[in-house]
Design a protein around this ligand. Structure first.
Ligand code: AMP
Ligand code: MN
Ligand code: MN
Ligand code: MN
Length: 307
């Protein structure tokens, strides 16, 4: 959807959200309810333990946090306790990997019953193939002369069953194959590049059904990141809505101001609730720290009012 170079897109993201951070530093912005509904811990591919993610969010002035690890609910109890200890609101979250027309897309589930059997079984089914996928990724990297990637990536994975491309990315930076994570995802681990392999994720219908069965709401994660034409995006959003999807992430650490405007318009047009999340993975690695994002544009219905 965005033809600018990755470096230009990253710059535009920084400029846009930096304004908001500057405004917050100028004085307490009591008008902004600071929700961060997208972040990761060591239970998936984040760098901080769940309790440390919550403590950091509270220190950054977040009012309501959702931990949304990839395909796992394991970090929720510890994050919830730490949030309570810091007097910060907390809501259950999860980021589910799905496959739609051969593209890997992420959807976010919120405010569900984390003990629900169908949700837990569904997440277990998509976690199951990650180790095998990681071995196949490692074999592909070996073919271009990068040895030991499986063990190297595993050293970064506190939760081996959630071994992800982010862990491979850290290993590739460590070996000098790329200078930073952004460069990793330009040269490796994406379709058509070394280290990318196919994988069976959940279907859109299944992922929505699991979260809905557990009483939760579902949002599309960082829609500006997908390589979809306008027509394909419309088809995806229409299908998501037909299946009962309720929201889209409008303000995201992955979005430029242009994305915020585009997806704000889609939210109004399709009647979606709007969400806001940093997609924080760790200090020094993520562009945006917890809670340090622009506010939702006026006139959108915040998803947190529906929790
Ligand atoms: P996986 O679930 O194994 O496919 O890994 C996906 C993860 O890789 C994402 O959740 C991000 O943490 C990371 N990732 C994907 N694309 C990028 C990118 N362009 N820059 C930085 N990290 C990325
Ligand atoms: Mn991730
Ligand atoms: Mn994601
Ligand atoms: Mn994420």
């Amino acid at each position: 959807m965005d033809k600018a170079s990755p470096a230009r897109r990253a710059n535009r993201r920084l400029c846009y959200h930096a304004w908001f951070t500057i405004l917050r530093c100028l004085g307490p912005s009591s008008a902004v309810f600071n929700c961060d509904l997208h972040c990761h811990s060591t239970c998936s591919d984040g760098l901080l333990a769940p309790a440390d993610v919550a403590a950091r969010a509270a220190a950054n002035g977040v009012d309501l946090l959702a931990l949304s690890d990839h395909d796992s609910l394991e970090g929720l109890p510890a994050a919830r306790s730490a949030a309570a200890a810091a007097g910060m609101g907390f809501v259950n979250g999860v980021e589910i990997s799905i496959e739609w027309q051969a593209l890997q897309i992420h959807i976010l589930g919120y405010a569900f019953d984390s003990s629900h059997q169908a949700l837990n079984a569904g997440l277990e089914s998509i976690r199951a193939g990650r180790v095998d996928r990681a071995q196949r990724m490692s074999s592909e990297l070996e073919k271009i002369g990068i040895a030991g990637a499986f063990d190297g990536a595993m050293r970064y994975a506190a939760n081996p069953s959630l071994i992800s491309r982010a862990h491979f990315g850290r290993f590739l930076v460590e070996t000098g194959a790329a200078k930073d994570l952004r460069s990793v995802f330009e040269s490796y681990l994406v379709p058509g590049r070394p280290g990318y392999v196919d994988h069976r994720w959940a279907t859109l219908a299944d992922a929505l059904a699991w979260v809905h069965a557990a009483g939760g709401l579902v949002a599309v994660a960082h829609p500006g990141r997908y390589k979809l034409s306008r027509a394909e995006m419309r088809r995806f959003l229409a299908e998501f809505k037909d299946l009962g999807g309720q929201a889209i992430e409008v303000v995201s650490g992955s979005h430029t101001q242009e994305h915020v405007e585009i997806f704000g318009r889609y939210a109004r047009e399709y009647g979606f609730l709007a969400s806001r999340g940093s997609d924080f993975h760790g200090p020094g690695e993520s562009y945006f720290d917890l809670g340090q994002l622009a506010a939702l544009p006026d006139g959108l219905k915040p998803i947190w009012k529906a929790f």
